[in-house]
Write a protein that binds this ligand. Sequence first.
Ligand code: COA
Length: 333
Amino acid sequence: MEKINAIITGVGGYVPDYVLNNEELSRMVDTNDEWIMTRIGIKERRILNEEGLGTSYLARKAAKQLLQKTGVSPLDVDCVIVATTTPDYHFPSTASIVIGKLGMENAFAYDLQAACSGFLFAMDTASALITSGRYKRIMVIGADKMSSMVDYTDRATCPIFGDGAAAVFVEPTTEDLGWKDSYLRTDGKGLPFLCMKAGGSVCPPSYFSLDNRMHYLHQEGRTVFKFAVTNMSDTCALIAERNGLNKDNIAWVIPHQANVRIIEAVANRLELPMDKMMMNIQRYGNTSAATLPLALWDYEKQLKKGDNLILTAFGAGFTWGAAYMKWGYDSSK
Ligand code: COA
């Protein structure tokens, strides 16, 4: 029997209309465009500011575009995985809301929580489901409404994050393409450095947790920065080495969009010029699980069948990793 590989067959994306730029942010907290551009590299981010709309709204807009672009019927999707840290509710899953709204009646669906590494982890899972031979079409969505947990009085975190979502289909092929290799890691020592302190089962919502602003994203930026640089660079180097990838045969690196300086460090380690690093952080900021698929969405037209891509991410947990994917279609057609 021929070997089954898992390829991406289409990309859809969505970012909300509202643009929060550095100028507006400078009126909200003590910051300025120059600091944000030199230390992080973000000019503006998109914010979902309509009341009553959550992550499933972003996810289903992206999913709908994917269905329209590919012409696939919602009934022909076997499984939907939504990578998110900002689900609509503790339960049920955001994925169940997405399939309900879009009529994907034959799919089972669940959320995957690996913070900013969520899309990478979900792709690895989807690839394994496809290569098992049991499923034919999986929709993987990275979606986060980060503005729902950002403290807009904290100048050290509020410039970083934005809202967005993107979705891909993962399907089988017998061609030598698709998800080839991955190296994913999780280390629980990251908890104190990047977390939301209350709202979960350890510290359910209370007047105390509200009074102490414990429902916002808490981050110790310098520590997170160091771990992100080291771990993303190391795993990229490992994936490159064991797959014979180098500056001459890597078409693109798709890095998590957290900080331009982190992306530069990864490029340096792989000895790649910055124009091989997919980047949209300037326009969207860090959309957590959505950064990788949003980059694919933005760059789709430039991708060619057989292109060697390295994807890499880092997030709360800590979670991190890198993967090697051979792109499956000529996207400009
Ligand atoms: N505007 C102006 N000054 C600011 C500021 C802002 N928005 N935020 C912080 N500062 C100040 C600090 O108060 C500090 O001032 P001090 O020296 O007088 O105390 C100074 O800038 C340096 O702060 P520091 O936290 O050391 O800055 P930094 O260079 O580490 O940059 C981050 C901060 C958050 C941008 C950076 O640490 C980072 O990107 N970390 C990783 C974040 C990340 O990737 N998170 C997601 C992972 S999934």
